[in-house]
Structure formats: structure tokens, C-alpha cells
Write a protein of this length. Structure first.
Length: 134
């Protein structure tokens, strides 16, 4: 089953393997990371993003019964076809969150998905480096 799980995590790998309760055989790809100034900013941005996605793309929200027994969550899971829209929104979040004088993505690892502050949104599972993962 292909799904997109969007959310803030200070430690995305720990979140994927331990907190989400994924089966050991699950294939997981961290698509993007977005550096955020603080964990609070990441969480606020994530909440805004989820609200907008639910409102503007309700058909992209995967019902919990579709992934029950696979993921230990009840929300914030989307259909894979929403990825391009999600990437556009993460681009805006990243641009809005970049401190003056810092290049976009600076401090974030390549080719990983996250979200944070700005107009669109981020979820938190602990402290750490204040980067969110999708």
C-alpha cells in the first residue's frame, strides 16, 4: 500500500521505525526535509498545512480504516497522487522559514521531506534539530 505520511519529527528515522509501528517489511522513503527555526514553528506550520489539505483536497485524505494495523496514527495520511501539491506547499514553507542570509535547505539533509513554518503547516514528536519529515 502506497501512502504519504506528512508530519514534523525531530528524529524522522526513529519516528518511522518505532513510533509509527510500521511492519519490519515496510519500505519507507523519507522524501524531503525542511529546516525550521524552531520546533514550535514546525508544529504550527504543519497544523496549518494539514488543515488546508483537508479542506482543499478532502479526496486525498486516506481514511484510518484503510491503514489500520499498518500505521499507529489516525490522521495526516494522504494519497500518493497529492505529492506534487504537497511539494509545492513545502517549497513555500521552506522559503518562508529560511533565515536571512541562509540558503534554502541549508542544514537539511538532501532528498528528504519535511514541513514547518510559513503559510501552510507541521506535527511534533519530540525535541531535537527542529526539522520536520514527510
Amino acid at each position: 500500500m502506497d501512502l504519504l505520511k506528512l508530519g514534523y519529527s525531530a528524529n524522522p528515522l526513529k519516528r518511522q521505525r518505532h513510533q509509527l509501528g510500521l511492519p519490519k517489511t515496510a519500505q519507507v522513503t523519507l522524501l524531503r526535509r525542511v529546516a525550521m527555526p524552531t520546533g514550535h514553528a514546525a508544529c504550527a506550520a504543519e497544523k496549518r498545512l494539514h488543515a488546508r489539505l483537508r479542506r482543499q483536497h478532502p479526496e486525498a485524505v486516506v481514511p484510518p480504516e484503510d491503514y489500520r494495523g499498518i500505521l499507529n496514527v489516525i490522521s495526516e495520511v494522504y494519497r500518493p497522487w497529492l505529492r506534487a501539491e504537497l511539494e509545492r506547499r513545502l517549497d513555500r514553507i521552506e522559503k518562508a522559514a529560511v533565515p536571512v542570509g541562509m540558503a534554502p535547505g541549508a542544514g537539511a539533509q538532501d532528498s528528504q521531506t519535511q514541513d514547518g513554518g510559513g503559510k501552510d503547516g507541521g506535527s511534533q514528536d519530540g525535541g531535537g534539530d527542529d526539522r520536520a519529515a514527510c
